[in-house]
Design a binder for this molecule. Structure first.
Ligand code: ADP
Ligand code: MG
Length: 336
């Protein structure tokens, strides 16, 4: 369980410590909080397996500050009961990793997490936690370091793949890939009016479990068909949404994952049969419908189809987050 401090946050000035524990003077660590806001992300988008990501208007907010000693964590909202405690908390692990790169750990860390991204539903909660931790730690270090390439690389190492963390950092639509020099990302602006509709089922599924369903090799013909659809999807999302139905067809992962998430596979095929381009969000089990406001069938067509399945889907009409993760100085309450 997360640790809950019984009183308010310590406001005392703190002494900066080097990574080896030696005091390094009182200058350096700020007294106040930094607040990081990270979007949920949907990876894959059908054929863009481990490459494409779309940032969504659903956010976690993390407020972090340096305290004189120890570690305090408050969690509200999603994952209140499941987020790891203490040093095992993913935001803390990411902060520790960034502080290690930036030159040393602070004497103590205070965290408040207000989470809206559900855990284990294919909406990039782990990527959001990692990005939030890295950005918070960087913002608490006056001497900077860790540029955008370094951030993406560190986040990718922690997450295991770059697609969600790239979209979380950059916002909009991202294409991520691994180069010999590390994780890379290209950012594109999706067409105006693109309206992602999210369907979240009652029960989560861990990414690790969904990955186990994938085969080690696929037929060459499937790989070739998938390459065409992935290329088409970029055209559909940035130029001509009429291509979305063809552009969201996948041959690499969704067919293999259907057996471990039958309700998800059922909703995807019902939506597609009704002319709505729908995909498994990330490793599932959420479903993402890529609708366009003002066209038919529009965002409102998703809810009645989900309601007819017999599964208690939570349907949310969202926007694309076109900004990505943001960092502010001060507490979340002061910024609101
Ligand atoms: N905001 C968060 N704070 C702490 N831990 C988190 C947070 N978000 C995700 N996690 C960790 O990541 C796990 C979910 O990761 P994963 O299985 O990849 O699902 P998702 O599709 O939501 O990223 C959670 O069980 C939790 O351990
Ligand atoms: Mg994840």
């Amino acid at each position: 369980m997360p640790q809950r401090p019984s009183s308010g946050w310590p406001e005392a000035a703190v002494t900066r410590q080097g990574g080896d524990g030696r005091a390094a003077g009182t200058a350096g660590w700020p007294d106040g909080a930094v607040t990081v806001r990270v979007p949920a992300t949907s990876a894959n988008l059908g054929p863009g397996f481990d490459a494409l990501g779309l940032a969504l208007s659903l956010h976690d907010v993390v407020e972090a500050r340096v305290i004189p000693a120890g570690l305090t964590i408050e969690v509200s909202g999603a994952g209140e009961d499941t987020a790891g405690a203490g040093e095992g908390h993913l935001v803390v692990r990411a902060m520790r990793a960034a502080f290690a790169v930036l030159g040393g750990q602070p004497p103590g860390i205070g965290l408040r997490c207000a989470n809206a991204i559900p855990h284990g539903y294919g909406l990039g909660s782990s990527a959001g936690a990692i990005v939030a931790g890295l950005l918070a730690a960087r913002a608490l270090c006056a001497d900077g370091g860790l540029g955008s390439d370094g951030l993406l690389q560190l986040a990718t190492e922690m997450e295991g793949h770059p697609d969600n963390v790239a979209a979380c950092l950059a916002g909009g639509l991202t294409i991520a890939w691994m180069s010999p020099a590390g994780a890379r990302c290209a950012r594109l602006a999706p067409v105006a009016g693109l309206t992602p509709v999210l369907c979240v089922p009652p029960m989560p599924l861990s990414t690790a479990r969904a990955r186990q369903a994938l085969p080690a090799a696929v037929p060459h013909a499937d790989a070739a068909a998938n390459a065409a659809r992935a290329a088409l999807l970029i055209a559909a999302l940035t130029v001509d949404p009429a291509l979305l139905m063809a552009g969201t067809e996948d041959f690499l992962h969704q067919p293999y994952r259907a057996a471990v998430m039958p309700a998800t596979a059922d909703l995807v095929s019902r939506l597609r049969a009704s002319g709505i381009p729908a995909v498994v969000s990330g490793a599932g089990p959420s479903v993402l419908a890529l609708t366009v406001a003002g066209t038919h069938p529009g965002p409102g067509a998703v809810r009645p189809i989900a309601a007819g399945t017999g599964t208690a889907w939570q349907v949310q009409v969202l926007d694309v987050d076109r900004v990505g993760a943001t960092v502010g100085v001060g507490s979340a309450a002061r910024q609101a």
